[in-house]
Design a protein around this ligand. Structure first.
Ligand code: HEM
Length: 523
């Protein structure tokens, strides 16, 4: 058909050609739409168990979708805001089309909790997104579907993190304290000139994850390290929900340059970790587990082959865990800290109150530590409010249903793509009045003297249920020590009035570039 079109068009006028092209394009879109609808109906028929009682329930309501593209074009540059606006039209559970793929969007705390916690296994899957085939060479845990292997792999990741984070006398706390002090030193080197703290924050947080994974602290100018930091950011920018290539792999050829770049980032990351594994193998001592790479090597060696076979897990899967921890445990914390600096600068009255509290409880000399968590209510409320306000994971990671299920009275077939709309939770006026206002007091008790733990449960920054973030304990210690050290030692002042708190969309929502004046506290 394309050949006939090409031959005919060479003999026609430009205007006629334009009309014909448009007509042909519309015809093609309709045709592809029809075919994908037929395929999709067939898929739903195949996956729905006719005995399932839920089939009698209606499917969720939702916006009308275009053929082929579905609702993709309506998402705009801020899909999290669009999908949250649709909540008021269609309710807490609605269905839209990502391309030709039906996608259920879950909104609001109660509905997300119901799905992720009370119907945990039903919603614990991951979709077979095209890009996921390339992450960790397709051997990732975080991006793999729910099942025997995922359960086993997840336990390894969780144990690896716990081994270096849970122990009260663990060196990771000392690493964090030392790196936070070094960050202060680097920020102070700006000498009162306006300064974008982005890179320094990324390098410091990157060094914590490198200490955890490879037992190594990098100099900021080491090319390997700079590349790792850059790769992580680029990965997050590419992997945001709503990427057409994940739903319609053929669009890979339309966005070839950016997709090829994505593959190159993954390859570099893979090579980096392979090099580190080799270095560890050369110096490996079974009696000493220096870091997570050693822990994984030990797991590979000590796990009987029958056990690996039963869990359908290979040595490559196990070793890929280190990439997972770097990928998930670095950009998240660095981004949240960046938001912290931005919001403290934007709201000087809250910054002053945090400093006063730190001075009163910890003082100016002693470095904050893990055991101080729980003693600084206003400061901790600021960290919580930073996480609510920034909502860095607007859709968590994409989920999918593992079986036919019914949620809030709506039938959802197995293998349906599910977005957990975290943004809708953080912007829910019934839980957070004036949600666009940064107000740490919303997490305090009515007398303002203590942190209200029940209020901290009103949003899910680390997700919930089976897929809840396994790095949460590390994230909480890191966030606390970095945030408190920065405000104990520095004063942040704005370069412009009313600094923007707009975000850039990606897998994580990042603040737009900003500059601040950093003044040492003594001045
Ligand atoms: C501020 C810091 C962090 C935040 C806000 C955060 C948040 C999240 C969220 C929302 C998810 C997705 C949950 C879901 O799919 O429903 C997740 C998954 C994950 N996180 Fe974190 N995270 C943070 C830090 C970390 C750290 C430090 C690590 C590792 C040391 C980590 C490792 C992971 C992994 C491996 C997954 C995938 C879990 C799975 O699919 O089973 N995260 N995180």
């Amino acid at each position: 058909m394309f050949a006939i079109f090409a031959a005919a068009s060479s003999t026609l006028s430009e205007a006629t050609k334009d009309h014909l092209s448009t007509l042909l394009l519309m015809f093609l879109i309709l045709l592809i739409g029809l075919v994908s609808k037929i395929l999709n109906d067939k898929h739903v028929k195949e996956t729905v168990d006719p005995k399932t009682a839920g089939r009698a329930c209606p499917t969720p309501p939702g916006p009308i979708a275009w053929p082929v593209l579905g609702n993709l074009l309506q998402l705009g540059t801020k899909p999290h805001v669009t999908l949250t606006n649709w909540r008021s039209m269609y309710g807490d559970v609605y269905q839209m089309q990502m391309g030709s793929r039906p996608t259920v969007v879950l909104n609001g705390l109660e509905t997300c909790r119901q799905a992720l916690v009370k119907q945990a296994e039903d919603f614990a899957g991951r979709p077979a997104f095209y890009s996921f085939n390339f992450i960790g060479n397709g051997k990732s845990m975080g991006f793999c579907d729910f099942g025997t292997r995922w359960k086993y792999h997840r336990r390894i990741a969780q144990n690896g993190v716990a081994m270096f984070v849970n122990d009260r006398h663990n060196p990771i706390e000392e690493f964090i304290k030392a790196e936070a002090a070094f960050l202060v030193q680097k920020l102070n080197e700006s000498n009162g000139e306006k300064f974008n703290p982005h890179n320094e924050i990324y390098y410091s947080v990157g060094n914590i994850i490198c200490a955890l994974c490879f037992g190594k602290r990098y100099r900021r100018d080491e090319p390997d390290f700079q590349q790792l930091v850059k790769m992580n950011e680029e990965f997050m920018a590419f992997a945001g929900a709503g990427n057409p290539v994940d739903i319609m792999p053929w669009t890979r050829w339309l966005t070839k340059r950016s997709f090829d770049k994505f593959i190159a980032i993954l390859k570099t990351m893979d090579n980096f970790c392979l090099r580190k594994t080799k270095e560890h193998l050369d110096t490996y001592d079974d009696s000493l587990t220096r870091d997570i790479t050693d822990f994984l090597i030990k797991t590979v060696r000590d796990t009987p082959q029958e056990e690996k076979d039963a869990a359908e897990i290979t040595d490559e899967h196990i070793m890929t865990t280190v990439q997972e921890i770097i990928g998930a445990g670095f950009d998240t914390i660095a981004t949240t800290l960046q938001w912290g600096v931005l919001l403290m600068t934007r709201y000087p009255e809250h910054q002053a109150k945090v400093r006063k509290e730190i001075d009163a409880i910890i003082g100016q000399e002693r470095a904050p530590e893990r055991s101080d968590i729980g003693t600084l209510p206003f400061t901790e409320a600021c960290i919580l409010e930073t996480m609510r306000f920034s909502c860095i994971f607007p859709f968590a990671l994409p989920h999918s249903t593992t079986r036919d299920t019914v949620l809030n009275g709506f039938f959802i077939p197995a293998n349906t793509l599910v977005f957990v709309n975290q943004w809708s939770i953080t912007r829910d006026e019934s839980k957070f009045p004036d949600p666009e206002v940064f107000d740490p007091r919303r997490f305090l008790t009515d007398d303002g003297l203590a942190l209200d733990k029940a209020k901290a449960e009103l949003f899910l920054p680390y997700g919930a249920g089976r897929r809840r973030c396994p790095g949460e304990p590390l994230a909480k210690i890191e966030m606390f020590i970095f945030f408190v050290t920065l405000l104990q030692k520095c004063r942040f002042e704005p370069v412009v009035l009313n600094m923007s708190t707009e975000s850039k969309y990606g897998l994580t929502l990042k603040p737009k570039d900003f500059e601040v004046y950093v003044k040492p506290r003594a001045l």
